[in-house]
Write a protein that binds this ligand. Structure first.
Ligand code: HEC
Length: 112
């Protein structure tokens, strides 16, 4: 009995190990990060107004720290999802672009 039990333990912990490796590696390669996507969205749609000496509303969105700060206050996406007064003011971004930001926030706002 004993050797069989031992083999079972080894086999099941090897499986667990393989599963946990897969779990930790996959999201890291596919997760939205500031560097992969969020920063680019800010550059393309936001920083024309939210940068420089006098950024719109005092909100500078040119750095990771600043964008994260807005997101933590809950103000980054509030305006992006406000149909009546959206950011950017020219019109809401597509749902898929807004989802990128939402996913980033729910994923803990990783930089890279
Ligand atoms: C054409 C200029 C312009 C662009 C582009 C722009 N904004 Fe703004 N933003 C403003 C102005 C002006 C205000 C202040 C008036 C207002 O709130 O509508 C503002 C205010 C804000 C605020 C503060 C709102 C609050 O509740 O205090 C946030 C956050 C914000 N913008 C985020 C963004 C984001 C994110 C983008 C890109 C998706 C963006 N803005 C694009 C002009 C712009």
């Amino acid at each position: 009995m004993k050797p069989i039990k031992y083999i079972l333990v080894v086999a099941s912990s090897a499986t667990l190990f393989a599963v946990s490796c897969k779990d930790t590696v996959e999201p890291a390669t596919t997760a939205v990060t500031y560097e992969s996507e969020v920063g680019k969205l800010m550059t393309n749609y936001c920083i024309s107004c939210h940068s420089g000496d006098k950024p719109a509303d005092g909100v500078d969105l040119t750095t990771y720290e600043n964008v994260k700060k807005q997101a933590e206050k809950g103000e980054l996406t509030e305006k992006m999802n406000d149909e009546n007064d959206p950011m950017p003011p020219s019109g809401m971004l597509t749902a898929s672009k807004r989802k990128i930001i939402d996913d980033w926030i729910s994923n803990g706002m990783p930089e890279k």
